[in-house]
Design a protein around this ligand. Structure first.
Ligand code: ADP
Length: 436
């Protein structure tokens, strides 16, 4: 201890002064004063070095002696320990912010009156916030959607709120307020646009299927009731046959819809089979045969097929896609029209199957929606010709399963070209025709 050592040194000087007495005849005050003065000066000097050191505590303390040295060493050790703890804490806080920043969801921390404390990048996009400019602002003044304000003013928030993003666009958000740390709040936001779209598609699909099946069922039920309520001899043989044919048509229509729905569901749920060489020329010939039968001589057909060009895939799926496209050409081309089919290599090493018709054509605004389930340009025309509205949706799925692209070129009143373009990787090995 400094005071003890100083006391001991003072006592030692006093003893020296006393010893000096016999020699000088006096007590030796001068010696004592000199000693004490020197001691005092030394301490003042040490103190001034310590004061200088405190200007930059990162440096090691000045080399000292005695109690000063012990005390300074302990202070320095304590300071370094605090520094390490601080660095650790800073690391933790930094890690926490980095994690919150990397979240795929939006996060805003708030006080109990909804003043913004901090928000991550995603929250800025979701809610249109500016940070740090908006720090301290009341969130309810910045996100003013009435549904959100009403939600926030609830005493508690057991469920999230579905809302349109105030950040703009068509984005839909799921917002959830949470209380934490006693009196603080946080707002979590999740982008559910895709989920919402899927849900809308699902709802539309169920509504469409019900509608598509209900129409023929209503007709069928109507005929059955009529037949049931009529006296047996009220109908002639011809009339009975006519009614039965109409009923049979409706039943077939429902069968076609259910069959196409099952095909779609199989395509969606089953993994693609191992690709095998598919004899395209044979499949094209079969599909053309069906189309000629459906046309019954009303159309002129032409084909230009590379006889040695095959692809890798699933033959049943490809057959269904080819037949959908060629049969559509027949359905949507008035009598006397021309239907041309081609199958050839593309300049980039792939292959293209194209069906060109001189039919009714399609207005440009319908083109992006044609492959949606049950989408038809002209509902009654499609129905009259036996269409289910699912053919192109199935064809697009099959194309995707073969890494192919379905393209549609059409001009209203002039005709259409539907093409399936396969990449080079899908050309069957051993096929050398047209290779570059
Ligand atoms: P559909 O069973 O009604 O033919 P698709 O999915 O095969 O259903 O076709 C969707 C719609 O695309 C059709 O209803 C029709 O309006 C239009 N379409 C398809 N192919 C042609 C074509 N070759 N020419 C004109 N319109 C077509």
């Amino acid at each position: 201890m400094v005071w003890l050592r100083t006391l001991l040194a003072a006592l030692a000087w006093a003893a020296l002064a006393a010893l000096a007495r016999p020699a000088t005849g006096r007590f030796g005050w001068e010696v004592l004063c000199f000693g004490l003065g020197t001691l005092l000066l030394w301490h003042v000097w040490q103190l001034s070095r310590v004061t200088r050191w405190t200007l930059d505590l990162k440096r090691p303390p000045p080399a000292s002696a005695g109690s000063w040295d012990d005390a300074l060493a302990r202070i320095y050790q304590h300071l370094r320990q605090q520094e390490r703890q601080l660095a650790e804490l800073e690391g933790n806080v930094h890690g926490f912010f980095a994690a919150a920043q990397a979240l795929p969801d939006g996060l805003v921390t708030l006080d109990h009156e909804f003043h913004i404390d901090w928000c991550n990048r995603v929250a800025r996009q979701h809610l249109g916030l500016r940070f740090p400019a908006d720090r301290g602002q009341n969130l309810l003044n910045l996100v003013r959607a009435p549904s959100f304000v009403e939600y926030a003013r609830q005493p508690e928030w057991p469920a999230p709120l579905l809302m349109r993003s105030p950040g703009g666009g068509e984005r839909m958000l799921l917002a959830q307020l949470i209380t934490y740390g006693g009196n603080q709040r946080m707002l979590l936001t999740r982008d559910v646009t895709q989920l919402e779209k899927l849900e809308t598609t699902r709802r539309d699909f169920v509504a469409n299927v019900s509608h598509e099946l209900r129409t023929p069922l209503t007709v069928l039920a109507g005929f059955l009731e009529t037949l049931r309520d009529m006296p047996p001899d009220a109908l002639s043989e011809d009339q009975r046959a006519h009614y039965l044919k109409l009923m049979h048509d409706q039943a077939q229509r429902m069968q076609a819809i259910v069959a196409d729905l099952l095909t779609l569901s199989t395509l969606e749920s089953s993994p693609s089979a191992d690709p095998r060489p598919v004899g395209m020329p044979g499949l094209i010939e079969t599909a053309l045969g069906q189309a000629r039968a459906l046309s019954a001589g009303r159309h002129a057909f032409a084909s230009e097929v590379d006889a040695g060009l095959d692809i890798l895939g699933a033959a049943t799926e490809i057959a269904s896609a080819l037949s959908n496209l060629i049969v559509n050409a027949v359905r949507y081309t008035p009598d006397g029209g021309r239907i041309s089919v081609s199958w050839r290599r593309t300049p980039d090493g792939g292959a293209c199957f194209a069906v060109r018709d001189t039919g009714i054509g399609i207005a440009p605004h319908h083109l992006p929606r044609l492959t949606e389930r049950f989408y038809r340009v002209d509902r009654s025309r499609s129905r009259e010709s036996g269409g289910t509205g699912l053919g192109l949706a199935i064809t697009k799925h099959i194309a995707m399963r073969h890494e192919a692209e379905l393209t549609i070129d059409s001009e209203l009143g002039q005709g259409s070209t539907f093409s399936l373009i396969f990449p080079e990787s899908r050309i069957a090995e051993g096929d050398q025709t047209g290779r570059h």
